[in-house]
Design a protein around this ligand. Sequence first.
Ligand code: SAH
Length: 215
Amino acid sequence: MTDSYRHKGLRKRLVDDLRRRGIRDEAVLTAMNAVPRHFFLDKAFEEHAYDDKPFPIGHEQTISQPYTVAYMTALLDVKKGDRILEIGTGSGYQAAILAAMGARVFTVERQEALYLQARDLLKAMGITSVRCFFRDGAKGLAEYAPYQGIIVTAGAPVVPEPLKEQLAVGGILVIPVGESVQYMYKIVRLSATEYQEEILDAFMFVPFLEGVQRK
Ligand code: SAH
């Protein structure tokens, strides 16, 4: 795993593009400039790691497009020391971005092979503030709740109720909701019983699936 000057240069250019596309959150842009996305991709796609595109990571899953990662992370409004739950570890890239912003990250993946690969990669990169779990994210991760932020990186037909319940008061849930196209929902927990919901732009995600999948 080497992060060359060339990679750094391409990454800087990607971050400049994200800024031009409207991502204004400097903490997010700094994290995206710091994390080598090419570590999270198959060698075959390494040349394109800094294109603003999703890529296959095996098991019919994809690493999200950098713009989508930046958009969702900005909505989460991450502060240092926040506990953030991610559903859909995939490659581990989004988790690494959250860690780079100083969050304590709990990330859940239902596909065992991806869980193992991401866990080992994050460890090899020396990232210690991400904890990986192999289970169905529809139930969230109750034992470490509440979370200041929850991010779901697969398209869910409905918002899983446990995720809302595991938000801290003042916490933010960012989740793409819909069947073939998803709308980004930003849900803020106002009190023990009240939530405020905002429906934002349209995206296309891989589907949120039920149960776990062993290798
Ligand atoms: N955040 C990832 C993007 C992964 S794509 C990254 O940065 O690379 C979405 C991931 O969600 C896939 O790996 C898929 O297996 C996972 N997923 C789908 N449904 C899930 C569920 N119910 N629980 C946990 N993970 C799920």
